[in-house]
Design a protein around this ligand. Structure first.
Ligand SMILES: NC(=O)c1ccc[n+]([C@@H]2O[C@H](COP(=O)([O-])OP(=O)(O)OC[C@H]3O[C@@H](n4cnc5c(N)ncnc54)[C@H](O)[C@@H]3O)[C@@H](O)[C@H]2O)c1
Length: 325
C-alpha cells in the first residue's frame, strides 16, 4: 500500500465509484470530491467523501495540500451528448474550464499525476470502424469538443515537465459490480444498456432506437461496449504506471469490436428472458454510425487483460444491479 493519496473527482458517480471500490479493495488511500449533481454518497464504498465542486479552487487547493494528494483521477463532468448540444456553455464550463481550474490547483500545490476521463466522442465520425489513438479527432458535439479541449490543456501542461498524465478515451461503458453493490444509478440515463435493463425491470414502457438508416449491417448504430469493471482496472493500472515513472500517454478503452443497438436489445431480451417494447425513431443530434476501439496500446503498455469481454455478462450485471434500485 502506498502512503500517497489519490483524489477521485466524481467518485460518487457510475464509473468513479467502481474505481474507488477497486482502489479501496487493494488498500489505497482515497479522497473523493463530488458535488452529488448526478452521483450518490452511498456509492462511495471506500475513502473519505468531500461534497464540493471541482470549480471551487479554494476547496480543491485545500484538499490537495491537506490530504497529501499525489495523483488525481478526474471523472467529474457532464456526460450527456444531446444535452451538450442544448447547453454547450454548461458543458464547456464543467468539462473544460474546471479542468483548467484543477490544473492550476495542481500547479500551486505540486501534484504530479492526473488520469483523465476522455471519450470516444473526441473522434467524431471515423474513417474506419476501428480507431487508434492516432486517428483524427473531429468531435461532433460540444461534449466531445469539451473533452478534447481538456486533453490539450493536459498535454500542454504535462509538456512543461510539471505533471505526467494518462488520458483514457472510454468507449461505451456498461455493466455493474458483479456483486451488484454499485452500478449505474444516474437518473434519466441515456445509455442503451441502462435503458434496456430499466425497461426489463418495468421502469420504462419502451426503449427508443434513434436512427435505423445508418450505414451499418442492420441500420442501427454500432458501439464498443466495455464492462465498467475492466475499465476500472485500467485506471488502477494507469495510476501504478504513472507512480512508477511512466510517460504521459493517451489510451483507448474498449474491446475492439462493436454491437449494433438491435444486437444489444436482442441480447438483453435473451439474457433476461422477457421481450422489450422497441420504438423506432429518427437519429439523435450528435450521434454517429459506428465506432470501435483499437485498444492494443492499453493492453501492451498497462498489461491490461479484460475479464468481462462478454455482452451477456455485461447485461446480466447491469440487470442484477438495476433490480436492487
Ligand atoms: N459512461 C460512459 O459511457 C462514458 C463514456 C465516455 C466517457 N465518460 C466519462 O467518464 C466520466 C464519468 O462518467 P459517469 O458515466 O460515471 O457519469 P456520472 O454522472 O455517473 O458521474 C459523474 C460524477 O461527477 C460528479 N460531478 C459532476 N460535475 C461535478 C463538479 N463540477 N464537481 C464535483 N463533482 C461533479 C457527479 O455528481 C457524478 O457523481 C465523465 O467524465 C464522462 O464524461 C463516460
Amino acid at each position: 500500500m502506498s502512503n500517497k493519496t489519490v483524489l477521485v473527482t466524481g467518485g460518487a458517480g457510475y464509473i468513479g465509484s467502481h474505481v474507488v471500490r477497486q482502489l479501496g479493495e487493494r488498500g489505497d488511500n482515497i479522497v473523493v470530491l463530488d458535488n452529488l449533481s448526478t452521483g450518490h454518497s452511498k456509492a462511495v464504498l471506500f475513502g473519505e467523501l468531500i461534497v464540493g465542486d471541482t470549480g471551487d479552487k479554494e476547496l480543491v487547493t485545500k484538499i490537495l495540500r491537506e490530504k497529501n494528494i499525489d495523483a488525481i483521477m478526474h471523472f467529474a463532468a457532464n456526460t450527456v451528448v444531446p444535452e451538450s448540444v442544448e447547453k454547450p456553455l454548461q458543458y464547456y464550463r464543467n468539462n473544460t474550464v474546471n479542468v483548467l481550474n484543477l490544473l492550476e490547483c495542481c500547479q500551486q500545490v505540486g501534484v504530479k499525476h492526473m488520469i483523465f476521463s476522455s471519450t470516444a466522442a473526441v473522434y467524431g465520425t471515423p474513417d474506419t470502424l476501428m480507431v487508434t489513438e492516432q486517428s483524427p479527432t473531429r468531435p461532433e458535439s460540444p461534449y466531445g469538443m469539451s473533452k478534447l479541449m481538456s486533453e490539450h490543456l493536459l498535454r500542454d501542461y504535462s509538456a512543461t515537465g510539471a505533471m505526467s498524465h494518462v488520458i483514457l478515451r472510454y468507449f461505451n461503458v456498461a455493466g455493474a459490480d458483479p456483486q451488484a453493490r454499485i452500478g449505474q444509478a444516474t437518473p434519466n440515463a441515456t445509455h442503451l444498456i441502462k435503458v434496456a435493463v430499466e425497461a426489463l425491470c418495468g421502469k420504462r414502457e419502451k426503449v427508443s432506437v434513434f436512427g435505423t438508416d445508418y450505414a451499418t449491417p442492420d441500420g442501427t448504430g454500432v458501439r464498443d461496449y466495455i464492462h465498467v469493471e475492466d475499465l476500472a482496472a485500467a485506471h488502477l493500472a494507469a495510476l501504478d504506471y504513472l507512480r512508477n515513472g511512466g510517460k504521459s500517454t493517451t489510451l483507448n478503452c474498449g474491446y475492439g469490436h462493436g454491437f449494433s443497438v438491435l444486437e444489444v436489445l436482442k441480447t438483453a431480451e435473451k439474457v433476461v428472458g422477457k421481450p422489450l417494447n422497441i420504438h423506432y425513431g429518427p437519429r439523435r443530434a450528435g450521434d454517429l454510425a459506428a465506432i470501435a476501439a483499437d485498444s492494443s496500446r492499453l493492453r501492451e503498455l498497462l498489461n491490461w487483460t479484460p475479464q468481462y469481454d462478454d455482452l451477456e455478462k455485461i447485461i446480466a450485471h447491469a440487470y442484477a444491479f438495476e433490480k436492487t434500485l
